[in-house]
Design a protein around this ligand. Structure first.
Ligand SMILES: [Zn+2]
Length: 247
C-alpha cells in the first residue's frame, strides 16, 4: 500500500484572515492545493482532486498544466480510468475541480455535503455551481454525517466526520503498514494556526462544529498520527511529496 501526496499548484491570497477569521488582517499568504492517491491492493483511491488548471481563470493561481492530478498520476504509471473510489473531503472548488476526470470511480461524499453544494446559500463563495452540475451524473456513495466510512472494510482507509468548515466535511485516516497512521484533514484544518490556536477555518459553515473537528484531529496527533493540513505551505517541507510516497 502506498500513499502519494501531490501538490496541485498554489494560490497567492492577499489576506490570511480569509483562512483565520478575525485575525491576520492584511497579512498575505501563499497556499498550496493538495491531492492524494492511495495504491491499495484492492484498488486505487483518490482523495480530493484539486483545481482544474486547464479551465481555472483565477489570477491568484500559480500552476502549470503539469500540476493537474491526471497528469501527475500518469507520470507515476497510474491511469485515472482505473481509480475505484474518489473521496472528496468537501465540494469547494479547490477540492472537486477535477472530479469529472474520474468517470469510472465511485465518489464518496457525505449526503449533506452534496445537498449543500447543489443548492448553496447565496453568500457562500466556496462552491462552483457550474462545476457541481458537471458532477451530477457521477456515481455516489453518500455516508450519513456521523458515521465512519471504511472504504475497503479493512481499516486501512477510513473517512470520518469533521463537519464545520462545510455542512458535510469529512477527513480521511490512512493506516499504513510502515508509516503508521496519516490523516488527510481537507479543510478541517486549512493552515497550521487553525490547528495550534483552535481557530475555525475560513468560509466556515459552523464554527462550533469546526472546533470540535479540530479537537478530534488533535487527539489523533496526540496518539501518534501524522496530520496533513489542507493548505499549509510550510508543512510541505516536512512531507514526502510524489514521486516519493508513504507506505
Ligand atoms: Zn480548500
Amino acid at each position: 500500500m502506498k500513499l502519494y501526496v501531490f501538490e496541485g499548484g498554489r494560490a497567492h491570497l492577499p489576506d490570511l484572515s480569509h483562512l483565520t477569521p478575525d485575525r491576520n488582517f492584511g497579512i498575505s499568504v501563499t497556499i498550496p492545493f493538495l491531492m492524494f492517491l492511495i495504491d491499495h491492493p484492492k484498488g486505487l483511491v483518490v482523495v480530493d482532486t484539486g483545481v482544474d488548471i486547464d479551465t481555472a481563470e483565477d489570477p491568484l493561481l500559480e500552476a502549470t498544466p503539469e500540476h493537474r492530478i491526471d497528469r501527475q498520476m500518469r507520470r507515476l504509471g497510474y491511469e485515472p480510468n482505473d481509480v475505484k473510489y474518489v473521496v472528496l473531503s468537501h465540494l469547494h472548488v479547490d477540492h472537486m475541480g477535477c472530479a469529472t476526470l474520474f468517470p469510472n470511480a465511485t465518489f464518496v461524499v457525505r449526503r449533506s455535503e452534496l445537498r449543500a453544494a447543489w443548492w448553496p446559500e447565496p453568500y457562500d463563495r466556496g462552491y462552483d455551481f457550474d462545476g457541481i452540475l458537471q458532477m451530477r451524473n457521477l456515481k455516489y456513495l453518500q455516508p450519513p454525517d456521523n458515521e465512519t466510512f471504511d472504504v475497503f472494510e479493512d481499516g486501512s482507509i477510513v473517512c470520518f466526520d469533521t463537519r464545520g468548515h462545510t455542512e458535510g466535511h469529512q477527513s480521511v485516516l490512512v493506516n499504513l503498514p510502515k508509516s503508521g497512521r496519516v490523516v488527510l484533514t481537507g479543510d478541517a484544518v486549512q493552515v497550521a494556526q487553525n490547528f495550534t490556536d483552535k481557530v475555525p477555518p475560513g468560509l466556515c459553515w459552523n464554527s462550533q462544529l469546526a472546533v470540535q473537528a479540530i479537537d478530534k484531529l488533535q487527539h489523533l496527533q496526540m496518539e501518534g498520527a501524522l496530520i496533513i493540513f489542507g493548505h499549509e505551505l510550510s508543512q510541505l517541507e516536512d512531507l514526502t511529496l510524489a514521486p516519493g510516497y508513504y507506505d
